[in-house]
Structure formats: C-alpha cells, structure tokens
Write a protein that binds this ligand. Structure first.
Ligand SMILES: [Zn+2]
Length: 251
C-alpha cells in the first residue's frame, strides 16, 4: 500500500517536472518565434540555424512537444481596426503575420437569405481559412443556386489551399469566385505559382488589392466606428509591386 502511494507520488513529481520542462520549451519556442518576427522572414534561415545550435548546446534530447489545444478557426462579423491595419498591410515581407484573414461576401441570388458577409481568421499551424470557408460558411451547397463569392484575404492561398479551391470550383460550376489578396504568399516558390495558375484555370479571378479595395474592405468588414482608413504611405507602391508579380505568374 505504502509502496503504491510512493510510486503514485513519484509519478506525479515526474509529471510535474516534465510539464515544467515542457513549459520552458514552449517559452523558448515563443522567444524564438518572436526573434524571427523581429528579424523578418528575410533572415529566417539564419535565425533557425542559430536557434537549433542553442537547443542542442548541452546535447540533451528535446522535450517532447506539449499537447497544445487544437487551433481553431475564428469566425466573426467585423475585424478590430488595429488588427486589420496590421494583418492586411501589403508589406513586401510579412514578418509576424502568422495568420490569414479572409473577409467574404456571398451572393446567393434570389434566395431568402441571399447575402452572407463575415470574416474568418486562422493560425498557419492549424486548418486554413480557405478550406474552413467551404465547410463553415457554405456547408449546404445547392446546385440550383448561383453563388457569387468574393474574398478579401490578407495573403494569397498556399498551394494546398489553391488546389482545394480549384477542386471545389471544378465540381461546383455555379460558384463564381473572385479573390482579392493584400499580399502574395511566398510567390517566388514554384508550387505556389502553380497553385495560383491552377486557381485561374478553374475559373477563379485573382486580384491584388488596390488602395481602393483596402478602403472598401475597411468599410465593409472592420469595426471602424465611422473613422476612415488612412492608407499607409507605400500602399500604392506595394500594390503595384504585387500586381506585377501576379501578372507575371498568371500570364
Ligand atoms: Zn492554405
């Protein structure tokens, strides 16, 4: 009896120690990702190798990752203005923006609840908003209805999402889709480029958000409290930069 309770205590202590180590590990991860954010994606390779070196310095095996709660898609009506200004800013290097925001409008023609409007938000480590849109916002698909779907996304889809959207559009011919993206996600990668081409081939119109599109998105999807959006200085230049890249990819 006494032995058993000691062993329970030992197990408990071991568990506590492990969980403390796991917490430490998570904290380190957090600091590492903050450093990555601060440095920007440009220097990511260098930072990663530095982080690896520091993890392996005492030769100890890494603690198994802690069971984190599942990442969830956040769905909402209007975006916080500060969040919008950060997440949708069309900077060239999107450091620290490890999420995608998807604002959507769905016009279902002459149906009683014809118009849908809202936004979705993801973490890149969990399911992506593009896929969530179809499961959460359009779960009941009616082949007799004509759908006009418009997205304003903080960054263009990854290759896996592009393939999934293209697949949906091939099967559901009565969905007309336009995607406006503030930034192009990893556009130098050939598989990303292939994904965008695949989307275009499936009938999806792809656009980079113009300054006017940012104002429209602000008015339509942000808790702006009647404040206008003051566009950042290089908004137009950045739009032209991304617009040119997208034209090159899709030509
Ligand atoms: Zn994706």
């Amino acid at each position: 009896m006494a032995d058993k309770s000691r062993s329970v205590t030992r197990r408990k202590e071991k568990k506590e120690r492990e969980s403390a180590e796991a917490m430490k590990e998570v904290k380190n991860e957090g600091e590492k990702s903050k450093r990555e954010k601060d440095r920007g994606e440009k220097d990511k390779g260098e930072v990663s190798s530095e982080a690896e070196a520091s993890n392996g310095q005492n030769g100890e095996p890494q603690v198994e990752p802690m069971d984190l709660p599942p990442f969830e898609i956040i769905a909402g009506d209007r975006i916080d203005p500060f969040v919008f200004k950060f997440q949708f800013k069309n900077v060239e290097y999107s450091s620290g923006r490890n999420k995608t925001f998807l604002c959507y409008l769905v016009d279902r023609g002459n149906t009683p609840d014809g118009l849908l409007r809202g936004y979705l938000e993801d973490e890149h480590t969990g399911p992506h908003v593009e896929e969530a849109f179809f499961t959460q916002c359009l779960p009941h698909y009616d082949p007799a209805v004509k759908y006009t779907v418009t997205w304003y996304v903080s960054s263009s889809p990854c290759s896996a999402c592009a393939a999934k959207i293209a697949e949906v559009l091939k099967v559901r011919k009565n969905i007309k889709m336009t995607v406006f993206a503030a930034r192009l996600f990893e556009w130098e990668e050939s598989e990303i480029q292939d994904g965008l081409k695949m989307l275009q081939a499936a009938g999806c119109k792809l656009r980079v958000m113009k300054p006017l599109d940012f104002s429209y998105t602000w008015d339509t999807f942000v808790e702006h409290e009647d404040q206008p959006l003051n566009l950042w200085e290089d908004c137009k230049d950045n739009y032209e930069y991304y617009h040119e890249k997208l034209s090159d990819i899709l030509q």
